[in-house]
Design a protein around this ligand. Structure first.
Ligand code: SF4
Length: 378
């Protein structure tokens, strides 16, 4: 049974310079028509019984009117019970919201906002191609509080070319002073095909120094820890009781259903799980919905399911339960990955307790290298 729903809104006012997400500023289908397609897709999917989390991500979901957001949530509520304490998140871009629109989202059922602040430095925001200033980001946060939101996350980005440790400290301290319940802090990666990647190839920018990037990560954990935020996932921090319930479904390999262009879905059963994805391109998505076609499924093999337990589960600092792994797959993790766990434990990157396996603070810094060891070769 699926308790989590993701809704993808691949629309943006303008593409940011680093963005390789499935989103467009020049859509071939108007947003209003896309909303109707979403509702049709939801209607034809049948029901999932009880929904504990709904997440509207993008793209820029805050380009939707409050009425459109309420209509999507209502459509989900038709065949399903949206649990009374369900977490319903909307990603908001500071350049697109007003106090009135935020009040509308709250009235329509949204109870958690994730605001893409990214930086509190206007030069960095311009470099990233964001549509808002630092002042507008702070104003959006204040407007969300004034509108009545009591669960607000903000996204920040470090390790930008040219960013100093002091500059990152100021962004972090400003963010902490705002008092969000949740902070995500990601290091910038320059993805192929983006304008930033072209600037890199042209020699116009220099990637952040790796040692400085590590210092920024360490400063993040230090300052947020002192401010009372739990470091619960490699890049995510929350005040007690405010972890993202929706994202934990992904990391804990729970079932979720995605709607919209490019949205992915996963069902933990039958077998070792099944995944599928909608076409990413808007007109292909529209054909899928209007013809009632069904995307191809990928049935996972046992080795894929076992690997996912580690490379998703170890992202959470609570770690992976080795005993439930053994029960589910009929073999110990040491038997499945001979020598791997012992090697990382010896290197001080993993910590093993009676039943748990967790990243150490040093392991968090080198998480990509550790997690890669659990991915099966093709
Ligand atoms: S707002 Fe987000 S999704 Fe849209 S272009 Fe910028 S980074 Fe990409």
């Amino acid at each position: 049974m699926c308790h989590a729903v993701y809704i993808h809104i691949p629309y943006c006012s303008r593409k940011c310079s680093y963005c390789d997400f499935n989103s467009t500023a020049t859509p071939v289908i108007p947003l209003e028509q896309y909303t109707e397609l979403l509702k049709k897709e939801i209607r034809s999917a049948g029901d999932f019984k009880e929904l504990a989390t709904i997440y509207l991500g993008g793209g820029t979901p805050s380009l939707l009117t409050p009425g459109a957001v309420a209509a999507i949530i209502n459509e989900l509520g038709r065949g399903n019970a949206i649990l009374p304490d369900a977490e319903i998140t909307l990603e908001a871009n500071p350049g697109t919201v007003t106090r009135a629109s935020l009040e509308g989202y709250l009235a329509g059922g949204v109870n958690r906002l994730s605001i893409g602040v990214q930086s509190m430095d206007d030069r960095e925001l311009a470099f990233l191609g964001r549509i808002h200033s630092a002042g507008e980001a702070a104003a959006a946060f204040e407007a969300a509080r004034a509108a009545g939101f009591t669960n607000i996350g903000i996204d920040l980005m470090h390790s930008l070319p040219g960013q100093t440790l002091e500059g990152w400290r100021i962004t972090l301290e400003t963010a902490i002073a705002m008092g969000p319940e949740h902070i995500s802090a990601y290091g910038l990666t320059i993805e192929p095909g983006t304008p930033l990647s072209a600037s890199l190839d042209a020699g116009e920018i220099v990637p952040q120094d790796e040692d400085l990037a590590v210092e920024m990560f360490e400063l993040t954990a230090e300052l947020l820890g002192k401010a009372g935020y739990e470091h619960y996932e490699i890049s995510n921090f929350a005040l007690p009781g405010y972890r993202s319930r929706h994202n934990q479904v992904y990391w804990q390999r729970g079932s979720y259903r995605g709607f919209g262009a490019g949205a992915h879905s996963f069902q933990r059963e039958p077998g070792y799980g099944v995944r599928w994805a909608n076409p990413a391109e808007l007109s292909s998505y529209a054909s899928l919905v209007t013809t009632g076609a069904v995307p191809d499924n990928e049935l996972l093999q046992k080795k894929d399911a076992m690997a996912e337990i580690f490379f998703l589960g170890l992202r959470m600092l609570d770690g992976v339960d080795l005993e439930s792994f053994r029960r589910e797959f009929g073999a110990s993790a040491d038997a499945v990955y001979p020598g791997v766990i012992d090697r990382f434990v010896a290197l001080g990157l993993l910590r093993r307790s009676a039943t748990k396996l967790q990243l150490t603070p040093q392991g968090v810094l080198l998480a990509n290298a550790v997690l890669a060891e659990f991915i099966p070769s093709p």
